[in-house]
Design a protein around this ligand. Structure first.
Ligand code: HEM
Length: 443
């Protein structure tokens, strides 16, 4: 399966060499147009933004998500209202007394405890996956789970299996041969897993309904219930939509988390230079804040460069044209499936000083100040751009700085060369690996 997906992604990348920045291909039986390079991406996703802001509605994933939530919802009032609400709520002021930053800092304490306990080796992927999952659970449900909690294990199992199935040949078969959709075939597992997740979410929502105080939200679910109270009956807000949006935010917020990728970078040289910068800026301070990033241009550049190279969501989420439109002189009818090749922009010659190598200088000007080129779009761009960018940025910065300040991460001598071959899913992640960890001697 991984080989099949890997081949598809590789083919999308290579076809650009032969066919240019805009070309079409068939995904199973469905035609799609692939957009490559900054110029074409900007014309489509930014300049003609709403023309390209739909989502395909006739895929396996749409039946699994029932065209609800926000990620796969089509361009229209339901998507627009929920996107606006989620963005507002994820900004600090929407989440009650405890700020987003505090929620992240609390979870980092658990990471530190785990690292101190295991004062030897650690599997960054497992640990950071759990931490990412807990941060989003804190935001959504105001609760965190022990790393071996049965509920969290069940949630993770469900969504891992759903994403696996969405990327499998079974999904392609489901899309191409409608007649088989009611047969008892393996793709039904994704519908069952979705139901299990929704039942957990329904249970948590009911608990919130029992314990909430109207107008004093503790978390995302409370904010949504407040909103529901104030809306008319014909609004797009509903309890069903609440459970769907929690699924979307949970999946989008956990699977894309690239903290683990940061650890790959420790084999590149800059971690020591980051540590010097961090030590200098934080001298005499107990606590790191997100604000401190403004005084850490090099660390910021390293984090951004890791994201550029790691490129965790290489083909974004599929878009769809909302009306007949044009791109770079080609006519595209309404309903055309659109694939954004983000990788082609993140490594495009002419956009980067060092497009093909890992080099934080890509984000530094001659004065050593942090700059963000327009072609930096791992979160995509335009009206459908990732709505968790703020949360992801904060997590990446705080986790990197706090851990680098306290620990050294060492590749075990007996483990051979690190294998950077990425594993393809909806996202790209490095192959599983373990590292040695020890407290920094000078801390
Ligand atoms: C490093 C971490 C992340 C990366 C690289 C990433 C990347 C992306 C990308 C490429 C898209 C598709 C945008 C498009 O279709 O044009 C997306 C969509 C989305 N992401 Fe993220 N994401 C990250 C973290 C998060 C987090 C933490 C959350 C949740 C809080 C989140 C929530 C969403 C949602 C809800 C959408 C759908 C937006 C819409 O359709 O309007 N993401 N993300």
């Amino acid at each position: 399966l991984i080989d099949l997906i890997k081949t598809c992604v590789a083919v999308v990348f290579q076809l650009r060499e032969s066919y240019g920045n805009v070309y079409s291909l068939f995904m199973g039986s469905k035609p799609a147009v692939v957009i490559n390079g900054f110029k074409a991406m900007k014309e489509a996703i930014v300049t003609k933004s709403t023309d390209f802001a739909g989502r395909p509605q006739d895929l396996f994933i749409n039946d699994v998500t029932q065209r609800k939530g926000v990620v796969m919802a089509d361009f229209g009032p339901m998507w627009r209202e929920h996107r606006r609400f989620a963005l507002m709520t994820l900004r600090n002021f929407g989440l009650g007394k405890k700020s987003m930053e505090e929620r992240i800092l609390e979870e980092i304490q658990y990471i530190i405890e785990t690292l101190e306990k295991n004062n030897n080796t650690v599997s960054p992927q497992v640990m950071f996956h759990n931490a990412g999952s807990n941060i989003i659970c804190q935001v959504l449900f105001g609760t965190r789970y022990e790393y071996d909690d049965e509920t969290i294990k069940l949630i993770v199992r469900c969504f891992t299996e759903i994403t696996k199935m969405i990327n499998s040949p079974w999904a392609m078969l489901y899309d191409s041969v409608p007649l088989i959709r009611h047969l008892p075939l393996p793709f039904n597992k994704a519908f069952e897993d979705m139901e299990i997740f929704l039942n957990i979410a329904r249970h948590l929502v009911n608990e919130h309904k029992r314990t909430r105080v109207s107008g004093e939200p503790r978390d995302f679910v409370d904010c949504y219930l407040d909103e529901l109270e104030n809306r008319d009956d014909d609004s797009t807000f509903s309890e069903e939509q609440l459970t769907r949006i929690t699924f979307d935010l949970y999946v989008a917020g956990t699977d894309t988390n690239s903290e683990d990728v940061i650890f790959c970078s420790y084999f590149f040289d800059p971690s020591e230079r980051c540590q010097h910068e961090i030590d200098r800026v934080l001298v005499g301070k107990d606590r790191v804040t997100f604000e401190d990033r403004l005084a850490m241009p090099y660390t910021q550049a390293v984090i951004h460069e890791i994201q550029r190279i790691a490129n965790t969501v290489p083909l974004s989420a599929f878009h769809c044209t909302t009306k007949d439109t044009e791109l770079m002189g080609y006519s595209l009818p309404k309903g055309t499936m659109i694939i954004q090749n983000l990788n082609s922009v993140l490594r495009e010659e002419g956009q980067w000083k060092f497009p093909h190598e890992f080099n934080p200088e890509n984000f530094l000007n001659e004065q050593g100040e942090f700059i963000k080129p327009e072609a930096f779009m791992p979160f995509s761009t335009g009206p459908r751009m990732c709505l968790g960018e703020g949360l992801a940025r904060m997590e990446l910065f705080l986790i990197t700085v706090i851990l680098l300040r306290k620990f050294e991460f060492i590749w075990p001598e007996d483990a051979g060369e690190p294998d950077f071959t990425p594993v393809f899913g909806v996202t790209l992640t490095p192959k599983p690996y373990t590292m040695k960890v020890r407290l920094r001697s000078d801390q």
